[in-house]
Write a protein that binds this ligand. Sequence first.
Ligand SMILES: [Zn+2]
Length: 387
Amino acid sequence: MEIIRIPAIAPENLGEGELRKAEKLVQTLDSVGFDEIERFDAEDERVPSKKRPNIIAYYYGENKAEKLWIITHLDVVPPGEESLWTVTKPFEPTIKEGRIYGRGSEDNGQSMIASILAVQALKNLGIRPKKTVALAFVADEEQGSRYGIQHLIKQGLFKKDDLILVPDGGNENGSFIEIAEKSALWFRVRTIGRQAHASRPDKGLNAHRIGMEYALTLDKMLHKKYSIKDEYFDPPKSTFEPTKKDKNVDAVNIVPGEDITYFDCRILPNYNVEEILNDINGLAEEFEKKTGATIKIEVLQKSIAPKPTDASSKIVTMLKEAIKQTRKVEPKVGGIGGGTCAAFFRRIGIPAVVWCTIDETAHQPNEYAKIENIANDAKIYAFLMIS
Ligand SMILES: [Zn+2]
């Protein structure tokens, strides 16, 4: 709860970054008594401290060469609409019915604290882990990880045989092990027509109508053409969602000369993102010819899904065993639409898994973490540390 109290919002969302939270966290780590704590700051002129902190806390194992990494992120997303926070204010955590409410409680505070508790429990029992445990607390996960996990990877800290767990996604009973992610494509559709008085639409070119028609036609076309199902993923299909909409004119009696819509697409690895982008541009050209408007497609994010983690890799096998031994559920592996730190490891050929037990309240108002999940996930982490 002390950690939740300190907002760690990215400069993209007008926040001051993670430094204050990281300093508080280091105090906690000191009190647990890790063998070594390292800090790797990434320089960022946009935050007051000019630093985006990344912290690693080591608890040495009998075999120092082997490492188990548990990677959580310090940053949180902004609260969003404050009036929707009905249980408590976003950065004033409270406990209610066994849940801790507050921004960052589930994403990613729960796993952060659970990983520390696991080490603390082993220390209290005088148990040295088999392999060295390295807890990494990274910056900038919500905005692309350039100042976070990517900065750590550049330091050459990770080896091919390291075991990597990213507890930043999962399901309610802890049975879901994520080993694959979809590609992500975000783009803006800017339709330019000609503004006019609404009583004389014949003198204008209504960009809003053309923009809506284009968006709906595109929506139908993409769903129809890219409809393969892969039951490995949840949801099993590629998703193409019109999301954000920019404001157009100020008055009801103006025919809009410009219309701006956004799409968020999460694409199964079976498909080539460039081919999809060609279709999107092709349809825009067709609409331009048909209507006389100009339609510009601007790509905001394009991340191509890395090769999935091998379902028979060591970290997957160990985690399955830990789940079977400590929970009464059958673990299953699969893929999701979201992106996490794990993708950066898959890209450099190091197997990484995403797992934790959550109700999936991240990025929502009234975000919470169940206290029993913190304790039970800590048991799984401890199990992995001594196996
Ligand atoms: Zn997260």
